[in-house]
Design a binder for this molecule. Structure first.
Ligand SMILES: Nc1ncnc2c1ncn2[C@@H]1O[C@H](COP(=O)(O)OP(=O)(O)OP(=O)(O)O)[C@@H](O)[C@H]1O
Length: 364
């Protein structure tokens, strides 16, 4: 089931939660709504669900599920499954009853027989690997298990659209990771269309077919995770998707200078701010004829696939972060207090005048 939003806007009193938005979600897609707090993600999800009405204006917005105009259709009749962080399980019902609930309350005409309800609920419990806990009560489950029951409960009524609002928000990192895999797996196997809200970049990039990046009630970019990361449309998207180092200074005759640091860049004269990711910073013991960017290591974190190194310098307003391979870390014998030189491998600049102009990128 595709979802099409046309000219959807929302005010709460004088607060504009959403500027007029157009969004096409394809059938079978898993789409993440990503943005900082207050950017309008939940409002957009609630409007898709029918829990909130969009503004009625001179040009009222429209919501289509497939060919069906659901703009004025009640939430009950939109055939949607929900998994909301605060939409808790029924505490007085067993796991099995929670999952079967949606089917037992269907109107008689659409309600399956009790044997079928039982079979379907158990099939879903098997899918989320919880059939052995069918008789337990929610309070007797871990947070991750409860969210898996929520997922099974939402899927029991065979929704064509599944909406999830920060579904794994309250869980620890490892359980979140596991549940993401669950969701992706169920999504691919059952082939519904899903929209989920998150403020976690990693979650959005890992789970989504496409990500909708939002800020201030606006859509900044809609793209595949790969495209978003490689070709951010503006500075906001670039900064929101990961750690960023800033290099600010004046360019004159092809040399950017900042305090006692300088670097040859192919840019016209003027003030510049260049942005680079931690993996785009190379560290060496000596400067080169091209760059002289002296830095001091202030912290080292060797946890993970790469070593994270924090760098400070008089010419930097904010510390830089560099990620280096473990082999380079050992080779350079990096330690706190060590003085080194940074070399940008790659950088971007986002001209300030027009926020939405494409980034200029440069490979050093
Ligand atoms: N019921 C409401 N009444 C008044 N203002 C609201 C209401 N719901 C949301 N807002 C405002 O609308 C804007 C968007 O809120 P929304 O909850 O959609 O953001 P969000 O991106 O989901 O944020 P978060 O990640 O913090 O949940 C915010 O400025 C918020 O204060």
């Amino acid at each position: 089931m595709s979802i099409r939003l046309h000219n959807i806007a929302k005010h709460f009193g004088s607060t504009q939660a959403l500027e007029p938005i157009n969004l096409d979600i394809h059938e079978g897609e898993l789409v993440g709504l990503l943005g900082p707090s207050g950017s309008g993600k939940t409002t957009l999800l609630r409007i898709i669900a029918g829990l909130e009405n969009a503004d009625h204006s001179a040009q009222p917005g429209k919501i289509l599920f497939g060919d069906r105009d659901v703009t004025n259709v009640h939430v009950r009749d939109r055939r949607i499954g929900f998994v909301f962080q605060h939409y808790a399980l029924f505490r007085h019902m067993s796991v099995y009853d929670n999952v079967a609930f949606g089917l037992t309350v269907l109107p008689r005409k659409r309600r399956p027989s009790s044997g079928e309800i039982r079979a379907r609920a158990f099939r879903l419990l098997e899918m989320v690997k919880l059939e052995h806990l069918a008789n337990r009560y929610p309070a007797q489950l871990s947070g991750g298990q409860q969210q898996r029951v929520s997922l099974a409960r939402a899927l029991a009524v065979e929704p064509e659209v599944l909406l999830l609002d920060e579904p794994f928000g309250a869980l620890d990192a490892k359980v979140r990771q596991e549940l993401r895999r669950w969701l992706r797996h169920l999504h691919d196997e059952l082939n519904f269309t899903s929209v989920f809200v998150t403020h976690d970049q990693e979650e959005a990039l890992e789970l989504s077919d496409r990500v909708v990046v939002m800020s201030n009630g606006r859509i900044e970019q809609i793209d595949t995770p790969d495209e978003l990361y490689r070709a951010p449309k503006n500075r906001f998207v670039f900064e929101f998707l990961g750690d960023v180092n800033h290099l600010e200074g004046n360019v004159s005759n092809g040399v950017l200078t900042c305090g006692d640091a300088y670097w040859h860049v192919d840019l016209p004269d003027g003030h510049e701010e260049l942005l680079l990711r931690p993996h785009e910073v190379r560290l060496t013991e000596q400067p080169t004829s091209e760059s002289h960017l002296p830095v001091t290591i202030t912290a080292i974190s060797p946890v993970g696939a790469e070593v994270r190194v924090e760098l400070e310098a008089d010419w930097l307003a904010q510390p830089w972060l560099a990620t280096v391979r473990h082999t380079d870390f050992e080779h350079l014998a990096l330690r706190r207090g060590q003085r080194l030189f940074a070399h940008p491998r790659h950088w971007r600049r986002f001209p300030k005048v027009a926020l939405n102009t494409a980034a200029q990128t440069h490979l050093a």
